[in-house]
Write a protein that binds this ligand. Sequence first.
Ligand SMILES: *Cc1c(COP(=O)(O)O)cnc(C)c1O
Length: 467
Amino acid sequence: MGDKQVLLRGLPKVDEVLQDERLVLFYETMPRPLIVDTVREAVGDVRNGILEGTVDRGLSQDEIMDRITGILSEKKKRTMRRVLNATGVVLHTNLGRARLSSNASGAVWEIMDAYCTLEYDLKSGTRGSRHAIVEGIIKKVTGAEAAMAVNNNAAATMLALAALARGKEVVVSRGELVEVGGSFRIPDVMSESGAFLKEVGTTNKTRISDYRSAYKEGVTGCFMKVHTSNYRIVGFTEDVKLEQMAQLGRELGLPVIYDMGNGLMADLKRYGLDEPTVTDALKSGADVVLFSGDKLLGGPQAGILIGKKEYIDKMKEHPLARAFRVDKMTLAALEATFLQYIDQEAALKEIPVLKMICASPLELKERAEMLGVMLKAACPDLRVQVESCRDQVGGGSAPTCELEGYGVAVWKEGLSAQRMERKLRKAPVPLIVRVNHDRVLVDVRTLSDEEFLPAVEAFSGMEGGES
Ligand SMILES: *Cc1c(COP(=O)(O)O)cnc(C)c1O
């Protein structure tokens, strides 16, 4: 008991700790009450430890300050943080899908902390339309008659159906009833729109005659085709081409909607990516085409609707358009991204998603060798080896496409790959890697050159031992 009293008396006073110069940096960047609470808690924890007998020696002021600055550093970290994606999955859903081009992030940066022309026409000095910000450029690069942007492609689907087929039937092939991920199913979105799903055909075969016989005058609202973005049906299959559906739609006076998901603007067949492009979709004669802003388009999260003016106008006027409208930062990024597509060849080099998909194996190998050299120089204890690997487009896109990539395999005697992975994830700039055959693989496709240095830094202090 006497010992405990001595230890308790030796505890620093909260007021004293608050004066400690090691807290100066925290006072500059954190609210004072948060620091006071943390100090109280930390000193209180030690006091309780002494009383309960779990702390049986005097802690020096240094030790206590280390604890406090440790806790404060943790509290300072935001939940939303940048990470280094070394997984080789280009559109990594968990890591924010598309990383924006520098043009797009620059556009956001410019208007972010300023007033901007969101709904203001500088020429006339009167109210403008936020739809007009991206409509002109989307029309220009896609050749569509009209265009609008909403929050995401799921919202685009719902808006299109609500505006064009509410209370009516939407005819869709059974082979195209997609679940996008996160248990998000296209049929559920359709029913929420107030349209009724009318399934036709079978999982593997749907014919144009199925659409024709599903049609009922006054009951059918539209035909819809959904791109099977994240799966393929192979073997004994038959599906109806968009051209055929568009033809039948015209004959019956019905709009044909195409949910293409990916929003690929440039033809990437020569890079091994066999996905329909936005221009193909329009050429096929679809009346409305919808796609994501942050899949293969490589822009911010958004849903893009393009097509016939009479239909897009109906959507703009629908009450859901207000509920689904995008904010100024998204519009800025979207406009900048679409502007880059005026020069397609430049877009392939400047839009990160496209650049990463188009990177040649040779280029990736050289970059992996470079990273390997940097790693060896910084961490001589690590075993490092450049390896070829298979990368993915990701984001539920191009499921059968395997990209030939390169990475640096890293391992260390006495340290499991799982433990290494965990440490990398907790680095100041977290490095997200794949684990392969008890080695960690740092894939260079999804790392930019500027990210090599922080990636190497994530490995420093990899001394084995504790987690
Ligand atoms: C990804 C996808 C969606 C959903 O798009 P979000 O932008 O994620 O809402 C809808 N339809 C298809 C075919 C898709 O591939």
